[in-house]
Write a protein that binds this ligand. Structure first.
Ligand code: FAD
Length: 416
């Protein structure tokens, strides 16, 4: 027991982590308990984005955890990123999602930005003064990225963007949107642009109420003849699919894995504690054999989920091929957290239904992690393609080669 909460031991992941990670975990946990937990009730009640808290979290420097020191970043890599998101999401899935969405927005600048773009944007991002996003999804295409319709047309030294993006993580707090649009036909017809939130021709639709993740925004961006200078093109024309896939595979999957893991931990810890405090049959609920079976199953699922999450990002930090490990980590974490959510509700029975306990919040939040960075169907599809030998080269391999060839700063290469 720590701080009155039952917690599974960290020992199953110790071989992936160093004392530096443990120190970071303590810092993030303390912040989450002191600064985030007291605001959860307000976020749940208002059901809207929490601007102030999002800024406060960004100011801790955590959005720049994979950004090199030459840009003011923490240069601590993907394991540290997972520690940060897991600890935040353990207290608030919404704030874990907020941080992951902006860290996902960092990927495209690190991997595809030129020297000027990195020097201009990475320092304010690392300092927490600029929250980046990535906007790929459209209402009529969803998982099928190539089905997108939004366009950018070249006009002299500018491009003019038109179309709509939906479910954009941090839509309502983002300062710099990374937008993937069509500049031509087919898979080489997508390009990526940096679009500042206050640019004329870009509007954000009013936030729509959602089932969970209250405090986080994932809304709609509308581009209506939005003119951006040519310097805002990321990579070359035609690199848009690579920007979208690479960001999703190398950052999106491990990031959402970590959010799912944090919510899963909260579910297991709070359920175990509940069984020790509710009196039944002259003892507590935790004395019942059926309840112990359920707790043991939740513990087993969480343990496996955690090992897969940290193993995958450990490979990523070491520059090893790891696309299947990242897919499997996302798949298993999401599915097992949803399984544990159901088990937790069963153990709580009627007590889990009220909003005075956080269980129903965890259940709602856990469902939000299914779709982004590939649904479980998509992860299984990609894993099958790997198995059958029909998948393309791994992004964890492709991107390493690209970074080495592009003479990127050393810290940025290490961050991959
Ligand atoms: C919390 C949250 C944050 C998000 N953040 C972002 C963000 O920052 N930026 C962004 O651009 N988008 C973001 N998204 C959108 C997310 O990427 C999409 O939800 C995702 O791509 C799936 O699209 P869809 O929801 O339209 O579902 P669809 O793609 O329409 O899928 C519907 C169903 O069909 C299945 N399906 C679809 N294609 C296949 C296939 N080929 N084979 C088998 N089954 C299939 C799916 O598994 C699912 O069950 C976010 C979404 C959420 C919920």
């Amino acid at each position: 027991m720590t701080g009155g909460r039952v917690e599974p031991a960290d020992q199953e992941i110790n071989s992936f982590l160093t004392p530096m990670h443990s120190h970071l975990r303590k810092q993030v946990r303390q912040f989450a308990e002191e600064e985030i937990r007291p605001r959860i009730a307000d976020m749940e009640e208002s059901r809207t984005v929490d601007h102030e808290l999002s800024r406060l979290i960004a100011q801790q420097g955590w959005i720049g955890v994979t950004v090199g020191r030459e840009y003011g970043g923490m240069a601590m890599g993907h394991r540290a990123k997972t520690v940060i998101i897991e600890e935040l999401a353990r207290v608030s899935g919404a704030m874990g999602a907020m941080v992951q969405a902006s860290q996902l927005g960092v990927a495209k600048i690190l991997h595809f930005g030129n020297d000027e773009q990195r020097s201009h944007w990475l320092p304010p991002i690392a300092a927490g003064a600029c929250l980046p996003t990535i906007a790929t999804t459209e209402l009529d295409s969803g998982s099928n990225v190539l089905g997108m319709k939004a366009t950018a047309e070249r006009d002299g030294d500018s491009y003019i963007l038109n179309g709509r993006k939906v479910f954009v993580g941090n839509s309502h707090v983002g300062d710099l949107h990374g937008v993937i649009v069509r500049t031509g036909e087919g898979s080489r017809g997508l390009s990526a642009f940096l679009v500042e939130a206050d640019r004329r021709g870009l509007t954000v639709s009013p936030q729509q109420p959602a089932m969970g993740l209250h405090g986080f925004s994932f809304g709609e961006l509308i581009f209506d003849n939005c003119r951006v200078p040519r310097e805002n093109l990321l990579g070359d024309e035609g690199d848009g699919l690579a920007v979208a896939y690479a960001s999703s595979v190398l950052y999106g999957r491990p990031n959402l894995t970590a959010v799912s893991l944090g919510i899963h931990r909260a579910l297991v810890e709070d359920t175990a504690r509940f069984t020790q405090t509710l009196g039944r049959y002259g003892g507590t609920l935790s004395d019942l054999a059926t309840v112990k079976q359920k707790l043991g199953e939740m513990r087993s699922q969480l343990m496996t989920a955690r090992i897969l999450a940290y193993h995958a990002v450990c490979l990523l930090d070491q520059g090893m091929p790891c696309d299947p490990a990242l897919m499997n980590a996302k798949l298993f974490n999401v599915e097992s957290s949803l399984d544990s959510a159901r088990t937790a509700m069963e153990v709580h029975a009627a007590h889990g239904l009220g909003t005075d306990k956080p269980i129903e919040r965890y259940v709602r939040d856990a469902h939000h992690i299914y779709a982004p960075a590939g649904t479980s169907d998509i992860q299984r599809l990609r894993l099958a393609e790997e198995l059958l030998g029909t998948a393309g080269p791994q992004w964890s391999v492709r991107l390493r080669a690209r970074l080495v060839m592009s003479d990127a700063p050393v810290a940025a290469r290490r961050a991959v």
